[in-house]
Design a protein around this ligand. Structure first.
Ligand code: PLP
Ligand code: ZN
Length: 417
């Protein structure tokens, strides 16, 4: 392991490898600090390529000691060359990084939880917990179950049924809180102060966040150890997007990729856009959204912990922040499904809808290569589609009726063309 310890993002004060997350000197967030020169001496393209196809093939850049025992099969999801979508959007080249099929719980959160629970084990916690907008709940419950941990999962009371049942099935302690995610998070911070539990996104947050980098490492490897011109990333608390930036810098520093300019774009729902509004209004601070209102519930964090750094990253890389309405989100989900055969959840609809706007407005150049991060699976947010798709035809089981329906379908198609 090449971890030197934790380091404050603001004042640089260093801390040991331990379950701390804020600087006691300046209240800045702590981040894992590595010995990059040692990593450089120990890593190569050949070494990475010789390993199993999962997120641990980049283990030099992850903060884990010893043998990997938790979430061994997480990651190495497909990078899909999306030619049909590119054609529909009028650009040269688009790729989909498809974490809708991540293992075991079909979202990018399996990556962060694997690292966080492994650290909980190193630090000797007996119980793991989280405050979640849905996907984290699924991942914590599942990975706690498979690694033999008791878990406590806290969610806002209004989450989709797929996310709720998809958590309960793992026999966790699921607690619904009346109120928005920000209320859930505040309560969990208090609980973490009282109970000696490993909260994956509170006291283990610096480690949790490191797990996000694997999505970008994979994408860079799958592009042939090259960076794309543009990346579009959905944002909730803003952790994933900041780690897209960190992952690219790390691969550049150790010489696994050449330095090239990559613009990083962030996507949110218009009904909860504290980070994209900061970028659009060129503000230096985040204005929390008090009552998030969007079908993209997995992204509905009104007071994003890493929002400031996310906005800064977009500005510094020449990217931009854009948001999408509920209607545009549904259109985005439908567009991805009918062009590429990929069924994403509402957060993926946000990414597609935002990419479309960024292309239309000229923020993304039509002749460049763009990767879109699709981070969750559509089967978990089915209610968002109720009444939004054409109802199927119903017929009795007889050939004549089918032939009648078939001519109607053909007629309609001809009229359209
Ligand atoms: C959690 C989540 C994200 C990103 O969350 P951050 O808090 O910004 O890291 C993106 N997409 C989905 C589907 C998520 O569940
Ligand atoms: Zn500090």
């Amino acid at each position: 392991m090449f971890v030197k310890g934790l380091k404050c993002r603001e004042c640089g004060k260093e801390y040991p490898d331990s379950p701390l997350y804020v600087c006691d000197y300046c209240f800045g967030p702590l981040e894992v600090n590595y010995d990059y020169d040692m990593i450089k001496q120990n890593i190569s393209v050949e070494k990475i390529r010789s390993r199993q196809p999962n997120m641990w093939r980049y283990r030099e850049f992850l903060p884990i000691k010893g043998e990997i025992k938790i979430g061994k099969d997480v990651g190495f999801t497909p990078l899909v060359k999306a030619d049909n979508l590119a054609k529909a959007l009028g650009v040269k080249e688009i790729y989909i990084k498809n974490d809708a099929v991540n293992f075991p719980t079909l979202s990018f959160k399996d990556r962060v939880v694997s690292v966080a629970i492994a650290k909980a084990r190193e630090f000797g916690f007996k119980i793991v917990a989280c405050a979640s907008t849905g996907n984290l709940a699924n991942a914590v419950a599942a990975l706690a179950a498979s690694s033999g941990y008791e878990s406590f999962v806290f969610i806002p009371a209004n989450l989709e049924i797929g996310k709720v049942l998809g958590t309960l099935i793992y026999n966790t302690n699921l607690i619904k809180i009346e109120g928005s995610y920000d209320k859930v998070n505040r309560l969990c911070t208090e609980i973490a102060g009282k109970h000696n539990w490993g909260f994956v996104n509170i006291n283990l947050r610096p480690y949790y966040a490191e797990g996000s980098k694997s999505l970008t490492f994979e994408m860079l490897e799958q592009l042939g150890f090259k960076t794309p011109d543009n990346i579009v990333v959905p944002m909730a608390g803003g952790s994933l997007i900041t780690k897209v930036g960190k992952a690219i810098e790390e691969f550049e520093y150790v010489g696994l990729i050449e330095k090239k300019h990559t613009r990083i774009f962030g996507a949110q729902a218009t009904g909860c856009n504290p980070i994209t509004s900061t970028v659009k209004e060129k503000r230096e601070f985040i204005k929390p959204v008090k009552t998030p209102d969007t079908i993209a519930k997995s992204l509905a964090i009104g007071n994003p912990a890493d929002g400031y750094y996310a906005a800064d990253l977009m500005k510094n890389t020449g990217g931009y922040g854009e948001d999408a309405t509920d209607e545009e989100i549904i259109e985005g989900m439908k567009l991805l499904a009918r062009t590429e055969g990929i069924f994403t959840e509402t957060a993926g609809g946000v990414t597609i809808a935002v990419a479309k706007k960024l292309i239309k407005n000229g923020n993304i150049n039509k002749n460049e290569t763009t990767v879109l991060a699709i981070t969750g699976n559509g089967l978990k947010t089915l209610e968002a589609l109720h009444g939004k798709l054409k109802e199927p035809d119903v017929i009795s089981p007889n050939l004549e009726e089918f032939e009648k329906i078939l001519s109607k379908i053909r007629e309609k198609k001809n009229k359209k063309n």
